[in-house]
Design a protein around this ligand. Sequence first.
Ligand code: 13P
Ligand code: SF4
Length: 310
Amino acid sequence: MERDMYTTRELQDEIIRLKKENDVCILAHAYVSHDIWEVADYVGDSYGLSRQAREAPQKTVLMCGVRFMAETVKLLSKEKRVLLSSPDAGCPMAEQMSAEELSRVKEQYRDYTVVAYINTTAELKTICDVCVTSSSAVTIVKNISNPNILFIPDCNLGRWVAEQVPEKNLKLLYGGCPVHMGISVSDVEAARRARPDALLLVHPECLPEVTALADYSGSTTGIMDCAKKSSKKEFIIGTENSIVQHLQLACPDQRFYPLSKDCICHNMRLTTIGDVYDCVRGAGGEEIVLSDDVLSRGRRCIDAMLELGG
Ligand code: 13P
Ligand code: SF4
């Protein structure tokens, strides 16, 4: 039946039925809406999604998130059919550096290990040494034997890592998340004035001057775990605003406020429960197809990430 004929609850029931019937694993990044969380087999940050992608027994994996996440699933499971829920959902940061540009930069830094944030294209990953996510970056950089690291493309995350691993020499280039970089110090000042007792939790994709003012900085899952474990009552959340709602649902006795009303990733918000329904019934999404060359060379730095990240 067409999706418009169903209520949200009916669509969810159909998705749960169809994903079993069609052997589909639904992976969802935490920034997607709650109705999608409720039908997903796993919800998490980029690192957790990569680990789950490797372990999923189903023949088809549906990634509800953005393109680089679906490409990562394909790199890890080339024998599986991998679908991206919304073909238009890209990550602007992942498009910031081309393989040609990185090849030129690498010429200048021949004795450096190239560490790529997972928010990069599969093609770019073919010429990187190790991938990292925000939750694994510090551990991985510490575990790399080479003291010289070329960290691409997020210079804000790179600076955050460099501060925690001072023994390494990190070369950073220009790049970053346009959504998180929109948060300013004046947003922090205004939020602190409005909620003086609240804890400020931010993502390391934020500008360093914002992260420096936070009580905690970490990945999407790190932020959620920090709030859930805390005895505090109020939290200002400096990451994609969907997390404010997800936390409010998970912790009804605590209060969550956005650090900036504009911290919205429109790409992450593209996927609807109707799109998920279309994907599991074989009438939507985009199948991720990568060349054999990209599949074999791009996988190495993801494997290195999972090995060095523990
Ligand atoms: P996480 O690894 O924290 O989920 O970050 C991914 C991302 O794109 C955040 O903007
Ligand atoms: Fe990319 Fe930023 Fe959106 Fe994350 S929040 S997917 S880094 S644009």
